[in-house]
Design a protein around this ligand. Structure first.
Ligand SMILES: [Zn+2]
Length: 350
C-alpha cells in the first residue's frame, strides 16, 4: 500500500509528556510513523534535532527526552530556544533495526540524494520544506555506530559556523561529502548543521554526551562566525568508502572464508595506520578483495590496498573510521571509511 506524503509525516505543536517515558521501540505504537514536533521556547528560530534516522540508534531519542525532562516547568516545557524535533524511522526502531528490508536507509534519501522516487524521499523533502519556511538556528542529527570509535561530529560543508557547532561536541571532527542524501548535508542549506556520532548503542555515556550537547545548543544565543582555532579541533576528511563486494565471503573467525578479519578490527578506528598494516588475511586468488570508492564514486582500491602473500595490507598511510565487526552493518552499509587529516580550513593560532 502506498501512502500519500501527508499520511507519512505527522506534525504537532505539542508533545504529550507521557512520550518522554517511552523507549525508542515503543514510539511507533503511539506515533504511528515519522513525526515532527515544534516546541516553542524563549528564542527563535528553532534548533532542529533529528533522531532515529536509523531505527536501532537510540542515543538521540534518549538524549532529547533527557533534555526535555530537564526543561519541564510548571506549565509544560520551558525551553531556552524553540525546538523542532524530527523522530524518524519509528517502524525500524520498534524492531531495533537500521531500516526495514522494504524501506530505504532514512539517512540516504534527503534532498541531494543520488536515488529518488520512494515515499521516504518525499517525506524528507516535506520536512525540509517545513523547516525552510520556519527557519532554523542550527541542525543536529544524532547517530550511533557499531565499532569502537571516539565520539565525534561530522560536517558536510567547510564553513565556520558548522565547524564551531561540531567542535562544541568534541575535538574530533569529520568532514565528508559522500554518501549523499544524509540529513546534515541537506539541512546545511538552511543553517549550521552537524551529524553526531555518539559511540555504540546502549552506552549511557553516549546519550549523556548528546544530551549535554543539545542542552548547550539550546542555550546558545549565537554561533561564532570566525574561524575555529586549529588547536581546538582535529579535522579529518573522509576520502573514500570501503565495501566488500557481495560475491566475496568474509568472517571474523578462523574459517575458510575468502576474507578473514581479526576480531578486534575496530580497534584501528581513528588510528593513523602506517604502510603495510594488515587489514585481513585472504585467499591467494583474491587480487583485490575490497571495493573502494573516492568522493567522485570512482574505484580506487589499488591506491589504498594490496594483497601480499595472503595478507591484505595498506599501500599508503590511512586512517579508518567506522570499522565495524558487525557483518550485517558491513553488508547493509560499508566496512569503513578512509580519512586524511585536513586542518587547512582552520585559523592558525600561530
Ligand atoms: Zn546512523
Amino acid at each position: 500500500m502506498e501512502f500519500a506524503v501527508s499520511e507519512l509525516l505527522r506534525e504537532f505543536e505539542e508533545m504529550p509528556l507521557s512520550l518522554l517515558d517511552m523507549e525508542a521501540d515503543a514510539l511507533h505504537d503511539v506515533l504511528g510513523g515519522p513525526t515532527l514536533f515544534h516546541l516553542q521556547g524563549r528564542r527563535e528560530p528553532a534548533l532542529f534535532v533529528s533522531v532515529l534516522m536509523h531505527g536501532n540508534e537510540t542515543s538521540g531519542w534518549d538524549a532529547i527526552r533527557q533534555v526535555l525532562r530537564g526543561c519541564l516547568g510548571a506549565d509544560g516545557f520551558d525551553l531556552p530556544r524553540s525546538l523542532s524535533l524530527f523522530i524518524g524511522n519509528t517502524a525500524a526502531a520498534q524492531l531495533g533495526v537500521r531500516h526495514l528490508p522494504e524501506q530505504p536507509d532514512y539517512n540516504r534519501v534527503w534532498p541531494g540524494s543520488e536515488s529518488h522516487g520512494t515515499p521516504e524521499h518525499d517525506l524528507m523533502r516535506q520536512v525540509m520544506d517545513i523547516m525552510t519556511d520556519r527557519e532554523i538556528f542550527a541542525a543536529v542529527d544524532v547517530h550511533n555506530n557499531t565499532g569502537i570509535n571516539p565520539h565525534y561530529a561530522c560536517v558536510n560543508v567547510l564553513e565556520h559556523q558548522s565547524l564551531h557547532l561540531a567542535a562544541l561536541f568534541g575535538r574530533t571532527v569529520v568532514y565528508f561529502v559522500r554518501p549523499r542524501g544524509v540529513a546534515s548535508m541537506a539541512m546545511a542549506a538552511l543553517g549550521p548543521s552537524v551529524t553526531l556520532e555518539c559511540g555504540k548503542v546502549g552506552q549511557a555515556h553516549g546519550a549523556e554526551h548528546a544530551a549535554d550537547y543539545l542542552q548547550a545548543c539550546l542555550k546558545l544565543s549565537e554561533i561564532p562566525r570566525h574561524a575555529v582555532p586549529s588547536h581546538d579541533i582535529d579535522l579529518y576528511h573522509t576520502v573514500a568508502v570501503v565495501r566488500i563486494p557481495p560475491q566475496h565471503g568474509f568472517s571474523f573467525d578462523d574459517d575458510d572464508s575468502a576474507i578473514r578479519f581479526s576480531r578486534n578490527l575496530d580497534a584501528m578506528n581513528f588510528r593513523e595506520l602506517p604502510v603495510g598494516s594488515q587489514i585481513a588475511e585472504c585467499g591467494a586468488r583474491l587480487e583485490q578483495p575490497l571495493d573502494v570508492r573516492d568522493e567522485q564514486d570512482q574505484p580506487v582500491a589499488e591506491r589504498y590496498f594490496m594483497v601480499e602473500r595472503g595478507r591484505l595490507v595498506t599501500r599508503v598511510p590511512v586512517m579508518p573510521s567506522m570499522l565495524t565487526c558487525d557483518p550485517e552493518v558491513i553488508r547493509q552499509d560499508c566496512l569503513c571509511y578512509l580519512m586524511e587529516r585536513y586542518n587547512d580550513h582552520l585559523a592558525d593560532a600561530g
